[in-house]
Design a protein around this ligand. Structure first.
Ligand code: SF4
Ligand code: ZN
Ligand code: ZN
Length: 292
């Protein structure tokens, strides 16, 4: 089958059409660029921080932003998960050497916490609290205008399914392409909102980029994986189901009337929290590890 844009042989089939290598790369970059511009995520005057994990999605994101001419720094949070975090750090370093951008690296132990299950709480929930808090803290304290994350269409769709199932309508409405700055919470954006995992991976492979293809040893416990499998099965019959789901929820969320969050400030670290006892979830974790 020929490429939809030229006479060359198509090597990748996306959404019923074929692309040659060059036209796939062009299609991918255009998709990311359109998302950034449509949602006014950032422009070339902003101080941009890109959160990277070494995986295919954040590798694709950082390289796409580089190719689109954005200036940015990277942030790698080393979660200190055995047989995973250090090999991934090596790949991130290689990528940032290649693109010539500054990479910031922080380790969770420097902040007195550890990624592990605690009581009934699953390890991914603990990990999520740590990552969200440290990304924002680093971005805020280093005066970044915007924090960019590599959530893709499949991540968003599985998050929506999980929260629809759990009747967490508020959570769904928060999972939009842009969350504006509020108090000490830096603006957060998701330029890969409409790219699929498959597209991210192809972009990384076609550009021969270094990336970490190790799975986190805890990933099989992640709820997200179950929903991704369900969506994968639905898409065998309905190819664009995730895209339709995400687009519908994005439109609907504009009409969901969610009460504005009432922020308090954590009495330990000073960052915003919705916790009634004025101690944020990160400080509660740190207290736990300090035996308080
Ligand atoms: Fe963290 Fe869970 Fe992802 Fe591993 S799978 S990096 S523990 S959220
Ligand atoms: Zn072509
Ligand atoms: Zn706190």
């Amino acid at each position: 089958m020929k490429c939809v844009k030229c006479n060359n042989k198509g090597i990748i089939r996306i959404g019923g059409v074929s692309f040659c290598k060059d036209h796939f790369i062009e299609y991918y970059l255009n998709k990311v660029k359109r998302t950034i511009e449509k949602y006014k995520m950032f422009d070339k005057n902003n101080k941009i921080l890109v959160a990277v994990s070494g995986g295919k999605d954040s590798t694709a994101l950082a390289y796409a932003l580089y190719k689109l001419g954005y200036d940015f720094e990277g942030l790698y949070i080393n979660l200190e998960i055995p047989n995973y975090s250090y090999p991934c750090e090596d790949q991130v370093k290689k990528l940032f050497n290649l693109i010539g951008k500054k990479l910031n690296i922080i380790r969770v132990s420097e902040y007195g916490v550890k990624v592990m299950p605690i009581g009934n709480r699953k390890v991914c929930s603990v990990c999520g609290t740590i990552k969200r808090y440290l990304m924002n803290k680093f971005a805020y304290e280093n005066n970044f205008d915007v924090l960019v994350t590599a959530h893709n269409l499949n991540d968003i769709a599985s998050f929506i399914m999980n929260n629809l199932y759990g009747l967490n309508i508020e959570f769904i409405s928060k999972n939009v392409p842009v969350i504006e700055r509020e108090e000490k919470l830096v603006k957060k954006v998701k330029p890969l909102y409409f790219t699929t995992e498959k597209e991210d991976l192809i972009f990384v492979l076609l550009n021969n980029l270094p990336f970490c293809n190790l799975e986190c040893p805890y990933s099989e416990n992640a709820t997200e994986i179950h929903w991704k499998n369900i969506l994968y099965n639905i898409e065998k019959n309905k190819r664009d189901f995730s895209l339709k789901l995400v687009s519908s929820i994005e439109r609907l969320s504009k009409n969901i009337n969610i009460e504005k969050r009432e922020f308090r400030f954590c009495k330990i670290c000073g960052y915003p929290t919705e916790s009634k006892n004025n101690v944020c979830s990160f400080c509660r974790l740190r207290n736990y590890f300090m035996g308080k």
